[in-house]
Design a protein around this ligand. Structure first.
Ligand SMILES: [Zn+2]
Length: 273
C-alpha cells in the first residue's frame, strides 16, 4: 500500500513532467474511481486548463490548476489518491512514459490500457494516467485535507514531541493516526519504532523526551531513505517481518502481534514492552 514515500515519488513525477501542459481531453468514465463525479464532470472542469503545481500532505496528493484562457483565477484542485497500488504514468509528447508511485512488482504484468482509470490528455499528445489494476484509487475535485494532521515530512520536532507523548494510546496507533501525523502507514511505523528501539505497544504517555527525540530522528531518516530508494519496502527491518525472522541489528527473534489494529513486527530484545 502506498505510504508517504510512494506518493511523494508520484507527486514529484507530476511536478517534474506534467505541469504547464494544456489539457485537451479527460477520460473520467470510471464512475467508481471518479465518484462522486458524474462522467463528463471532471472533463468539463479541467479541459483547457493546465496543472500548475503538485502538492501532497501525507498520502493525499492534489494538483492545482490554471484559470481558463489566461484568466488569473485558478481552477479547481484535482485530488488523486493512489489507493492500494495505483501508479501515475506520465507520457511525453514523443510517447516516452515515466512512472511514479508504488514499487513495480517483479511479477507485474504489462500495463493494460483498461487499467488506466483516469487520464488527462495534453495538447502535445502526451498524457497523465492513474494506472490502478485494483481500482482502489480515487480522483476527485477539491479533496478535503482539513482532517489531516501535519505532513510527516514537514512536522517539526516540537510538534511531533507533543503529538507522540500525549494520551495513553499505543505509540504505533498514534503514528498511524492520519489526523495527528499524515503519511505514516503500517510498514513505515514498524520501521520507525524499530529504528528508535521503542515498543509498538508502549503507551504514548509513558514515552520520555529522549524516546520522542529518537522517534523523530527515526521518522526523518526512514522517510528520507524510503523516498531515495523508492518506497517503504526498502526499510531495514522490513525483510525481517516474517515468522522466524531475526532482528537485523541484534539478531534476536522478531515477534508478531496486532497493535493499533494492524499486523506488527518488533525485536523481542530491543523493543520489549
Ligand atoms: Zn534487535
Amino acid at each position: 500500500m502506498p505510504e508517504l514515500p510512494e506518493v511523494e515519488t508520484a507527486r514529484k513525477l507530476i511536478a517534474d513532467t506534467a505541469l504547464n501542459r494544456r489539457i485537451v481531453g479527460v477520460d473520467d468514465a470510471d464512475t467508481f474511481v471518479c465518484r462522486p463525479h458524474a462522467p463528463g464532470e471532471l472533463r468539463a472542469a479541467l479541459t483547457g486548463r493546465t496543472l500548475t503545481a503538485a502538492r501532497r500532505r501525507g498520502k493525499t496528493m492534489w494538483c492545482e490548476t490554471s484559470g481558463l484562457d489566461g484568466s488569473h483565477e485558478a481552477g479547481p484542485d484535482l485530488g488523486i489518491h493512489l489507493g492500494m497500488g495505483g501508479r501515475i504514468v506520465v507520457t511525453s509528447g514523443a510517447g516516452e512514459a515515466a512512472e511514479g508511485g508504488g514499487p513495480r512488482r517483479r511479477d507485474a504484468q504489462p500495463r493494460k490500457s483498461e487499467w488506466d482509470r483516469f487520464t488527462l490528455v495534453f495538447a502535445d499528445g502526451g498524457s497523465l494516467a492513474l494506472f490502478d489494476k485494483r481500482r482502489l484509487g480515487r480522483v476527485r475535485l477539491t479533496p478535503d485535507i482539513d482532517a489531516l494532521g501535519p505532513d510527516a515530512e514537514q512536522v517539526t520536532a516540537a510538534e511531533f514531541g507533543k503529538l507522540i507523548t500525549k494520551g495513553s494510546i499505543a505509540v504505533k496507533a498514534r503514528l498511524l493516526d492520519q489526523s495527528k501525523i499524515a503519511g505514516v502507514g503500517n510498514l513505515l511505523a514498524d520501521e520507525i519504532l524499530w529504528q528508535a528501539k521503542v515498543s509498538p505497544s508502549a503507551p504514548t504517555g509513558s514515552l520520555r523526551r529522549k524516546d520522542a527525540d529518537r522517534l523523530y530522528s527515526a521518522l526523518e531518516a526512514a522517510l528520507a531513505s524510503a523516498i531515495t530508494k523508492g518506497g517503504v519496502h526498502t526499510g531495514e527491518v522490513i525483510p525481517a517481518r516474517h515468522p522466524g525472522g531475526t532482528c537485523p541489528r541484534c539478531g534476536a527473534e522478531m515477534v508478531h502481534g496486532t497493535v493499533g489494529g494492524r499486523s506488527t513486527w518488533w525485536c523481542s530484545r530491543e523493543q520489549a514492552a
